[in-house]
Design a protein around this ligand. Sequence first.
Ligand SMILES: [Zn+2]
Ligand SMILES: [Zn+2]
Length: 201
Amino acid sequence: MQTQARLTVDVARLAKTGERLTGELDGAVLDLGNTAGLIEPASGIRYDLRVEPIDSELLVRGSVSATVACICSRCAARFETPIKESFFVASYPLEETTDIVDLTADLREAIILLLSGYPVCQEGCRGLCPRCGTNLNEASCRCKSEDADGRWNALDVISLSRGRTKGAQSGRSAGCDAGKRNHVNGSKRSVSNGGTEKEEI
Ligand SMILES: [Zn+2]
Ligand SMILES: [Zn+2]
């Protein structure tokens, strides 16, 4: 099928009962700007529309679709995905002087609105290991257990900072890192107990 650069409706020649328009616009119409290759058109914009003059308006309804090539925001794999607006609706005022109605911009916008800012190649994409870069969809790496440890370390930091602010009031707080917390409490207490810290050490 030959693609077109624009889709226009010649109002004067349009059947009073409306017409069906099908075809495909050039992929270049999508004109996504500089996406650094993250999203590119992989097809033209296909349309299947019912175009109907109703009173002083041109009513356009139907479906608009395209295929785009994306870079997965998690694993960086390139993949193609279909985009479809099944309920495209637009209306254009028809005045005495209206000869041509250009639908191109609205068809383009219908596709753009459906593009994700964070495309993923599959719903369960496991992405890349943040440490070694292994594609976790294809293989596993040895960083896993260290990562788990890393998460607990982050909790330790939170517990410690709580210990610094509240610890002086109560030394009873128990937790999985009670040892560290008591250590903080201990030093805090020795400071608040009248500057005897140096003598104790
Ligand atoms: Zn992915
Ligand atoms: Zn890794």
